[in-house]
Design a protein around this ligand. Structure first.
Ligand code: 5GP
Length: 193
């Protein structure tokens, strides 16, 4: 998606350890007009899918998913939580996720009330690196008996392999920008052709 790639080139900062910082428009300060364009793009790419719910993971996925829902008939958005809180009552689906940026493993969970076998889910997140976050979300959907209709990622770091592993498994993965190379020393960002 050209406008996202242009924005990454304009505002993205490459950090050591293959981390791309885009917090001035994607995951700290948020450009809602850009999110609306991203939502339209995913709607077009998943036009033949009957999606009735969007699933993401806190925190960065939530705002993106909320705007994406407006392009999918304002369907409900559910987000996986990272810390068990007192106000989630009853049974939960849970999975383990290893954070690429924080280098630690934690449990994520969704109340069983909010996913059911008749749900058709679009999973949305800001980044895809090795795929741990997406694997955790897919695991939760599978536990509920719902169907994963597609995976929508804003920025995939293609060279870290997660994206291609989901494509090989047959998922429709639509990444709006696929970064193929990051060079922290010269702040160079290259996209997949
Ligand atoms: P994965 O689980 O695919 O290895 O990593 C995806 C998760 O790690 C995303 O939810 C995102 O929050 C975070 N992440 C991975 N790589 C980056 C990156 O280069 N920049 C930022 N800002 N977040 C990243």
């Amino acid at each position: 998606m050209k406008i996202l790639e242009d924005r990454i080139i304009k505002d993205g900062v490459v950090r050591a350890g293959n981390v791309l910082k885009v917090d001035c428009f994607l995951n700290h300060q948020m450009d809602i007009s850009l999110f609306q364009e991203m939502a339209k793009e995913w709607k077009a790419r998943f036009a033949d899918k009957k999606i009735n719910k969007i699933l993401t993971i806190e925190a960065s996925g939530i705002a993106i998913a909320a705007i994406v829902a407006t392009a999918f008939d304002n369907c409900p958005v559910v987000f996986a939580k990272k810390t068990e809180s007192l106000n989630v009552d009853g049974a939960v689906y849970s999975s383990k996720v290893t954070s690429f940026t924080k280098k630690r493993t934690y449990d994520v969970f969704v109340s069983q009330k909010y996913l059911s076998p008749d749900d058709h889910i679009l999973i949305v997140d800001d980044f895809l690196a090795v795929g741990s976050a997406l694997n955790g979300l897919i695991d939760i959907v599978n536990q509920s008996g719902a169907t994963v209709e597609g995976l929508g990622i804003a920025i995939e770091k293609g060279f870290q392999g997660g994206g291609d592993s989901f494509r090989e498994k047959g998922y429709q993965l639509e990444s709006l920008a696929i970064v193929e190379k990051l060079d922290a020393e010269n702040n160079v960002i290259e996209f997949r052709k």
